[in-house]
Design a protein. Sequence first.
Lengths: 180, 504
Amino acid sequence: MRRVMLGMVMLLLWYTPVYAEATEYQIKAAMLANFALFIDWPPAAFPTAGSPFVACVLGDDPFGPWLKHELGERVGSHRLEIRHLQDAKAAPECHMVFICRSEQPRLKQVLASLRDTRALIISDAGDINYFCRNGGMIGFVTEGRKVRFDLNASAAAKAGLKIDSKLKRVSGSAECGAGR
Amino acid sequence: MPILREVHNWPIQRKLLLITLATTVASLVLVMAGIGAYEVATYRDRLAREMTEESSFIAANSAPTLAFDDAQTAQEILDTLRGSPAVAAAALYTMDGRMFASYVRPGQRSVAPPPSPGPEGLRFSGPSLELVRPVQKKGHRLGMLYLSADLATVHARLTGYAGIFLLVSLAIGGGAFLLQRLLQRLVSEPLLRLSRMAESIAGGDLTTHAPVDSADEIGQLAGAFNHMACELAHSYAELEMRVLERTEKLTSALEKLRSETEERIHAVEELRKRERLLIQQSRLAAMGEMLVNISHQWRQPLNVLGLKVQELGLSYKYGSFSEELLDDNIAKAMEIIQHMSQTISDFQDYLTPNKEKVRFSADQVITKTVSLIEETYQRQNISIQVISTGDPQITGFPNEYGQVLLNLFMNARDALLEQRVTDAQITVRSWAEHGKAVLTVTDNAGGIKEEILDKIFDAYFTTKELGKGTGVGLFMSKNIIEQNMGGRLSVRNVNGGAEFKIEV
């Protein structure tokens, strides 16, 4: 319903000119929301029952309002909290970290500092395989106008995340960055 | 029911086979009918359940495809429905109502998923079912799933069951042949063997032996048959021996009996001959007695007759002959001749037995008999006294009765003469008593010795001197009174003599 309403709002406000540009990050925001549906965080990731689900955007936020729209008020039973970060070191409480393209030059260091967190690390920055090899978990791939993703299931498992096997089926590759 | 009658005449083996086949096929048909009925009765529930399960599976698997807009994978997932023939059509819709992926059962053209999912829920329309449910993950609706299913599975199942039924029927048919063979070997053959054995036993061959090769009823039967045949043979042999023994015994007994009978017949013949001789003798004796009596009776009239004839001669010589005298003498002579002639007729009567029973007076017979012998007895100094009361009547043979009376007189006279009794007397009494004529002949010759009293009526028993008595008289008298006239002849001693008593 939310998406239908949103579609109607979009039709009214940003009819043709903004549609294409807006759609990519709208789609990616929706996908981030959907990742939360198919991935389970370990109980230890939430110190208390009232702990919020912290979604972090590292770098220059490309989503605009879409991320909040797509993720909604709650993720599962947890209140949503979106944090905009410029430094990866501030990320230990994040459950989900989206690394923006602005971070591409420092990507390796960023990933290294995120290594010991329980965050699901997602990015659309540069070479996906490079990203995955360095601990990235979900990388967006854009094929024409279609947005797809690759999974680094082993990295996610190492972080204690449980990925629904059905998610692997719709991913481009479930073992992104492996063997290269 | 001619069919039943026909079946009744079938061999057991075929009957057993029929029973087996009928039972199997009947149970098979029942099971099949039950399964069919169950299928038809429960297919809606089962279809609904199956479709719900199927839709859950499809919804769970297709959730990420809707979430991440992967129509190709969604199509792949829907295509797995080929394994569920009940599903006629299926479709996935995005949240904005767009058809995302669709599936139609191969070979199916008339059915197509609707362009939009329609309201949620499970609906039956006729034999087909439509199911619309959301595709969701963690409470988030990601799209809608549409499924439609029909009776195809039931049809398929029923077809499958029909196939199974056909196969099982064929197997039963084949098995029946094997079973028939087996039954023939297990049941019919031993039974037939027993039947043949029974036939040969019935034919008289008791040495037949049935093989006992099983412990079942037939085996037991065969055992019992053997036992029976053995017993039969045994009893038969024993019986034959006994019959032989018995026949031998009977033959010898018969032989013995035959010779005994011959001996007896011979003896009886001898006896009869003697009896005839004795009767003849006694009759001759009686006739002799009669002659004596006649001669005594005739002596006086002959004298008178002589006197009358002489008187005619003398009167003529002395001139006193007259016609009156002649007439008188002729009349007298004729009277005397008449009397003598009567005497002969009377004696003759005694010797002629009566042919028919008649009613007669006892006193008349007594008078006649006494008149025959009175003269002779008087000459021997024996007086006869007749005391008669009431003239008793008898139905019987008067001549025989007279003979008996004569016999009793003769016995009394013999006894009186033998004992030399001085005042010899024979008393005859007659009276009626209880409708019977009773007659007693009593003498005073001292009676009969007690030890022979019960023997005197026996044949050939006599106390008289040799050549005088035959021993037949009293025997014949008893016979006449008791056998011929149904009366009684008895004897007892009274004071100073014997008393014979005739009751008729």
